[in-house]
Design a protein around this ligand. Structure first.
Ligand code: C5P
Length: 219
């Protein structure tokens, strides 16, 4: 049996996209397979943590070693996260949609006549990571992700401060990187003490390395 450095620790992991309904048949979402978030949930569980995975709609299976809660909208994801505080560890991997519609979603919106522009009114979603990072019951370790296409380290460091995170895992999601939906990831670990650049790794290896780093920090 492998050592369980996170035994007795409670972890919350968000994963996948959120779907923000426009009407009963349409939605706004970010691209996210859930692969990295789910792998992190499993890696934490393998180190003995009691993990709650809060996932938006994904095409992959629920991991076996963790309790998975399924949500659709960002507001539902926030409620689920807050209802699981206090916790020792929070890793917010979900690609939360930045906006949701303000309009009613009860009926399917009819197509307008040709050449008529269609307008959607949007309002900003709550920033789950930021809320957790500044919460009275803030977990000991709060980790966020930053999917960037440029100025990766600079933008990641800004995010670290603004969101009250201990670590931002920044990755290059420009289409040339192949990270989106793929099995591999190349990340920079940004913390207050500096930046660590990890090589190109399988998403499961990124997850295991991150779980080991969390175990190191918590002990
Ligand atoms: O600001 P940005 O979306 O780039 O930040 C990414 C990080 O913040 C990720 O860890 C993501 O899970 C989290 N986030 C969140 N709630 C939002 C937006 C982002 O938890 N509404």
């Amino acid at each position: 049996d492998r050592p369980k450095p996170l035994a007795g620790k409670k972890a919350i992991v968000t994963s996948g996209p959120t779907y923000e309904p426009i009407d009963p048949v349409r939605y706004i979402a970010n691209r996210s397979s859930g692969k990295q978030g789910h792998a992190i949930a499993v890696a934490l569980a393998e180190l003995g943590a009691n993990v709650t995975l809060i996932s938006g709609p994904v095409a992959i299976d629920d991991p076996q070693q963790v309790a998975t809660i399924h949500v659709e909208r960002a507001e539902e994801m926030l409620d689920a996260v807050l209802s699981h505080l206090p916790a020792d560890i929070a890793v917010m991997v979900a690609a939360v949609a930045d906006w949701r519609t303000t309009t009613s979603v009860d009926q399917k919106i009819k197509k307008q006549s040709m050449n008529q522009p269609m307008a959607l009114q949007l309002t900003e979603n709550p920033d789950i990571l930021k809320i957790v990072g500044h919460h009275a019951n803030r977990p000991n370790i709060v980790i966020g992700f930053a999917a960037e296409t440029q100025d990766i380290e600079k933008n990641g460091r800004l995010k670290l401060e603004r969101k009250g995170a201990d670590i931002i895992v920044a990755n290059d999601v420009s289409t040339a990187s192949g990270v989106m939906g793929g099995d591999r990831n190349r990340v920079k670990i940004i913390s207050r003490t500096g930046t660590d650049i990890w090589p190109d790794l399988d998403k499961h290896e990124v997850a295991r390395n991150l779980a080991a780093l969390i175990a190191e920090k918590i002990s």
